[in-house]
Structures are given as C-alpha cells and as structure tokens.
Design a protein around this ligand. Sequence first.
Ligand SMILES: [Zn+2]
Length: 227
Amino acid sequence: MNRLFCKTTFFVLLIFLVFPLPSSMAKNRHSVVVDPAHGGRDKGVRLTKKFYEKDVTLAIAKLLKKELDRSKNISVLLTRSADRDVSMSDRVKMAKRKNTKLFISLHVNAGFGRSSSGFEVYFPGFKLPSTGKSASKEIPKDMVKTKYLNESVRFAKIVEKNLEKIFRRKDRGLRSAPIPVLEGLTVPAVVLEIGFATNIKDRKKLMDKAVQKSIAGALAKSIREFF
Ligand SMILES: [Zn+2]
C-alpha cells in the first residue's frame, strides 16, 4: 500500500469518527420518553403480596422500548430501567430534554370498589389565566400550551383506539386533569392508567406476560401512528 493511500484512508476514518452520523439522520428520529411510574421504595398500588404497580409499569415500559428500538425513526428513553427510586423532578427533567417529542407516564389504577375496571388516559389539564396580569403576556404562552394540549389529545385518542382491543373501556377513557408530572411540560404528554389493581380480571391481565406484551404492542403501534 502506498503512503498517500494510507494517509487518505486515515483521514476518511478520522472524519467518520468525528462525525459518526450524518446530522439529518439523527434529526429525523423522534425521541419518546416513557416513564414507568413509581419504583424502588415507592411501590405504587398493590396487585399481590409480591407484585406491585412499579413492577407492571417497568415490565410494559421495557417491552415497549424493545418493540420501538426496532423502528428506524423512533428512539425511546426510559426514566428508569430497573427497580429504583427516581424523583419526580428527575422524571420531569428527562421529559424536558430538548429532543423529546412525546412523553408517556405509565400507571396502574386502583378503585374504592372492585367494580372499576378498564384503562384511563389523562392529558394535562390547564387553567386559563385568572390573574390580574396583562393578558397579552399570557396569550402566547397559552397558544403554545394549546398546541401541545391538542397534540396530547390526538395521541390520547390513538391510544384509546388501540388499547380498547385489550381492555374494555366502560365509560372511562379520556380525561383532562392537573397532574404533577405533566405540569410545565411543553411536549405532547399523557398519563396512562392501565387497568385496575383492585379488579380481579384486570389484575390477572396486568400480571400476564402475554397481555403485557400486547399492551406494549398497542402502545408501540399508537406511537408509530402518532408520528
Ligand atoms: Zn401510579
């Protein structure tokens, strides 16, 4: 091999090392932050003596990531990938990362009676400004909020359509509510309560690996549809 060839090869390699990906490719990936709620000491609602909400949310989140990691244009970041404590502020921080296009927080519901069942999708509720401050300052902020609210509702509707095949809805479904983890986010975001730990049928489903996989599949499908 001649010297010039060696030098050229070296420089070409160097360029690839410094710029590993064409920026257009990186830009085209939609970053989704999936939040398996609770974890560590915070167990969430109880399904059985050994099985808690934190276990269900983590199992589904991991399956969802595995499923979406196969798609070329979507990348998934989990707020936790093990059974550990993660503060609310750390979860919000991850959701607020610059490239985040969608935030999904996974929970399991609990009711006072045994009859409540099915899933619920919450999107951020927000109050119109009621303060005496000048309205002109508030309006642009609200326009931004409205845009993300509309996108959250659009995603919530897609999730509802796809999850209905696994959980019956029973007048549950879409709800707007002030939820701490969603406050102050400027990305489309939903909180998903997947079934009731207090309902025998729901509980069985939530602990069933095959059902967990189909829930993750329905969510992956929803995310793809959303983008
Ligand atoms: Zn919860």
